[in-house]
Write a protein that binds this ligand. Structure first.
Ligand code: UT7
Length: 332
């Protein structure tokens, strides 16, 4: 077969050492372990501590692990894409700094912002670059330091999010493995329900915006939940239907880890056996762009060459979608 498909050929990840447990959150806000566990499935999350350490720090660590494991020469990487909602700074893309730091001296780089669907959209972009035949190695990193934009006095948001990063390498495949299909959606209606009001061009930072705590994430959880349950299940069902996949031929569901109940609802619509639904939300919470690559890294040892993976995500904006990918290697 001469057609080029875009396969994931290596993964790497990084999570910070500091563990923020439900018990610690109980000391910060009016909440409890039982509520958090039953409503979200989260037990703990990782938080990046340290002076002036931003998202790039975690991106570099994840990329370095991938480089070490795969033996890829960073100078051969053509592009470095970083999906993030928490860039190091508003101007000067995080990806550009990361590329230089990891020795990807011949790469171009840019950031992708699509909230919790950022990594999924990044998979679409990275795959398209490979399939075009113009590039041979595209490094895609999903990373977020959510703790930098979370209000730890707001129990509606601070229990959900954590920090983390993961990286994957896309390369051409000539056996039909890798990226197969995508169904990506967005709807601006979502902007009212999940947002940071200030710090952008519409409402620049001022003394008032800081005093009013407008630089933190606001989420109308109940509304986002409703859209997420329907949206993620709809796109996952659609991608199965149009690729003639059944509950038996799908091997793994890799869903954005925002809330265990949303993942379960998606899996139920797909009629998937529980054993095929990958979950690590209990360890990391919602790491936004980090969740899908962290899942791949945690469960890489289970994937077999040719396995059918369905990715699904839903996030702010709203943005959502599903990707069908055939895994391309057996872990050594
Ligand atoms: O990743 C990007 C997309 N984001 C998502 O997918 C997140 C979607 N939303 C959610 O996951 C859920 O809506 C939350 C986990 C955020 C909230 O769960 P919920 O079941 O929707 O709870 P709720 O907001 O409807 O609140 C139920 C009750 C309320 O009390 P009353 O009004 O019933 O007395 C809240 O005040 O729970 C209360 N509550 C809490 N109680 C203890 C809200 N947060 C907490 C808390 N601890 N942390």
């Amino acid at each position: 077969m001469n057609t080029i498909t875009a396969a994931i050929t290596a993964v790497g990840a990084y999570v910070p050492d500091y563990v923020l447990t439900n018990q610690i959150l109980e000391t910060l806000v009016d909440t409890n372990d039982e509520w958090i566990t039953t409503r979200t499935g989260i037990k703990e999350r990782r938080i990046l501590k340290g002076d002036k350490l931003g998202t790039s720090y975690m991106c570099i660590k994840a990329a370095e692990e991938l480089i070490r494991k795969s033996g890829v020469d960073p100078a051969e990487i053509d592009a470095v894409l970083v999906s993030t909602t928490t860039p190091d700074m508003p101007v000067a893309a995080t990806s550009v700094y990361v590329a230089t730091q990891i020795g990807a001296v011949n790469a171009f780089a840019f950031d992708i912002q699509a909230a919790c669907s950022g990594f999924l959209y990044g998979m679409s972009a990275a795959s398209a670059y490979i399939q075009s035949g113009r590039y041979k190695k595209v490094l895609l990193i999903g990373a977020d330091k959510m703790s930098s934009i979370i209000d730890y006095t707001d129990r509606a948001t601070c229990i959900i999010f954590g920090d983390g990063a993961g990286a994957v390498l896309f390369e051409p495949n000539y056996e039909g493995l890798g990226f197969q299909d995508e169904y990506l959606r967005s709807d601006g209606i979502g902007r009212e329900y999940l947002k940071i009001d200030a710090g952008g061009s519409m409402l620049p930072a001022s003394k008032e915006t800081v005093e009013n705590r407008q630089h933190y994430v606001f989420q109308d959880g109940k509304t986002v939940f409703k859209y997420a349950v329907t949206g993620m299940a709809d796109v996952s069902e659609k991608i199965m239907q149009r690729n003639n996949l059944t509950k038996d031929t799908v091997d793994w569901l890799l869903a954005h880890q925002a809330n265990r109940r949303i993942i379960d609802a998606t899996a139920a619509r797909m009629e998937l056996d529980e054993s095929k639904v990958l979950i690590n939300i209990e360890k990391y919470g919602n790491t936004t762009s980090g969740t899908l690559p962290l899942l791949m890294n945690d469960f890489e040892h289970k994937f077999k060459k040719g396995d059918n993976l369905i990715f699904a995500a839903f996030g702010g904006g709203f943005t959502w979608g599903s990707i069908y990918l055939k895994w391309a290697y057996d872990k050594q």
